[in-house]
Design a binder for this molecule. Structure first.
Ligand code: NCD
Length: 343
């Protein structure tokens, strides 16, 4: 029996095609409402605020964040949810400085959300698997905002929405994922989400051998009959892809093997020679942050018409707003039993 609190969002594999289709439709409506100043949008905003009165979120991050932390807070405020607490770097500002364990903190934080009504707890942690463990003891639904090199399911939802918004559908697209595919959790979650929810996509994993995609993801894609290829130079595929999804080389993860950064700049970056190959209709994505040191996505690229990474980040707000509504009032498609370590 699973111990994870129902309606929790832990893994990208938990989203099934029916749920995702419904969800993406709701996100498109939310996106229109957020960006509209007309009367109908004001009326809808008022209705949402009434619905959300007395509901709220607690947000606790153990790891650095710019986009995920603030976009969850903006999304919650857009709905009129109460921000019961928001900790950007919890370990450094709590009794954990006195030696308290992270799991004891989870118990206290989520118990403290209970008396206020129905709430959700949003967290990010440095350890893979910690979100599932925390959801096992949480008194409220939990949303994983990133667990070390594990997963980042809400980023995958906004990545999927970005591609769908651009092309009308994700089906049939050629998508290259570039950079650190071994330790980058956004890649893990997006690969799982695409694997379970698309038809006829073709994936190109473009990375140095020591940072290539994991066997676990390759198995998953094979089971879902998704075509994929491992590639060791972005120049080979940049000209034929609809989406090139760049990522930075992670250096902060335990056990990261060293990477030849000159090789990354030559073969796994959006260099001028790669930009020349891009098709007009394609888009460049990046979950951000980009690395100033490696420079896999030079600032000059911001000005080209294919750059979509800042819009991608903005899409986090409608995506997370709808996700919060589903967690608090709707139903999140559940996590398959066999995935749960606590099962
Ligand atoms: C990423 C993350 O934190 O996993 N950023 C994000 O959430 N948008 C990417 C990264 O840290 O490289």
């Amino acid at each position: 029996m699973s111990l994870v609190h129902p309606n929790s969002v832990i893994y990208a594999q938990q989203f099934n095609p029916d749920w995702l289709k419904y969800f993406m439709g709701e996100v498109a409506k939310m996106d229109r409402m957020i960006n509209c100043t007309e009367r109908w949008a004001d009326r809808q905003r008022k209705q949402l605020r009434q619905q959300c009165e007395g509901y709220g979120v607690g947000v606790t991050f153990w790891e650095y964040s710019t986009r995920t932390f603030t976009s969850f807070i903006t999304a919650a405020k857009t709905l009129g949810l109460e921000i019961v607490f928001a900790h950007p770097l919890f370990a450094q500002m709590s009794s954990e400085m006195k030696g308290e364990s992270d799991l004891d903190s989870i118990r206290i934080l989520t118990d403290n959300l209970m008396p206020f009504g129905r709430h959700a707890f949003i967290m990010r942690h440095t350890e893979e698997g910690f979100a599932e463990m925390a959801a096992g003891i949480s008194s409220v639904p939990l949303i994983n905002g990133g667990d070390g090199p594990g997963q980042h399911p809400t980023q995958a939802l906004l990545d999927y929405y970005t591609i769908q918004k651009e092309f009308g559908s994700v089906d049939g697209k050629k998508i290259a994922m570039v950079g650190d595919l071994r330790f980058g959790r956004t890649i893990n979650s997006l690969s799982y989400l695409l694997g379970r929810n698309t038809l006829d996509v073709e994936l190109f994993f473009v990375a140095p051998p020591e940072r290539q995609i994991s066997e676990g993801i390759k198995d998953f894609l094979q089971r879902h009959e998704i075509r994929f290829h491992e590639v060791d130079d972005l120049h080979e595929v940049a000209g034929s892809c609809d989406v090139v999804y760049m990522t930075r080389i992670q250096t902060e993860r335990e056990g990261c093997p060293p990477v030849d950064l000159d090789q990354v700049r030559d073969r796994f970056s959006m260099s001028p020679s790669v930009v020349q190959l891009l098709q007009e209709h394609m888009i460049i994505m990046h979950p951000l942050p980009r690395s100033k040191v490696v420079n896999e996505l030079p600032v000059e690229v911001d000005a080209i018409r294919q750059a979509r990474y800042f819009q991608q980040a903005r899409n986090g707000i409608p995506v997370r707003a709808v996700l919060l509504l589903e967690v608090l009032f709707g139903q999140i498609s559940s996590i398959p039993e066999e995935m749960l370590k606590a099962a």
